[in-house]
Design a protein around this ligand. Structure first.
Ligand SMILES: [Fe+2]
Length: 132
């Protein structure tokens, strides 16, 4: 389970609120692995997370574009890579359910990645946005 720590705050209310929601949905998927729930229920939780990732990235990119953020294209590229990793996770789930590989990929490629991303590149954008 992860929480939004002080060093993950971007300073833009909309983005911080969405990051909290995103983390709640990530934690919900982690919780599915720990409980014995049906594959359908886990699938639903994964899909809810996936939809929110796309919505959140889109909203963040819109703010970047509107504010003329110079690293917009690069940042968007990072989001695209993440969406690719998430698609891989979904394929692993479809093939083998909550396997050891699924749990490993969820922790490394999805959870740790987003924490690093928020702390570095999102915080960097927040500084730009607030000074723009
Ligand atoms: Fe981002």
């Amino acid at each position: 389970m992860i929480t939004l720590t002080k060093d993950m705050e971007v300073g833009v209310a909309k983005i911080d609120a969405q990051h909290r929601e995103l983390i709640d949905r990530l934690n919900a998927v982690t919780a599915m692995g720990a409980k014995s729930v049906s594959k359908e229920e886990t699938q639903k939780t994964i899909d809810l997370l996936g939809e929110y990732i796309v919505k959140h990235f889109g909203d963040e990119e819109t703010l970047q574009k509107q504010s003329g953020y110079p690293k917009y294209e690069w940042h968007r590229g990072q989001h695209q890579l993440y969406i690719g990793e998430f698609a891989k996770l979904k394929r692993e789930f479809a093939a083998n359910g909550v396997s050891a590989k699924f749990t490993l990929d969820l922790n490394n490629s999805i959870i740790n990645w987003i924490v690093r991303h928020i702390k570095s590149v999102d915080v960097e954008f927040g500084k730009f946005y607030l000074s723009a």
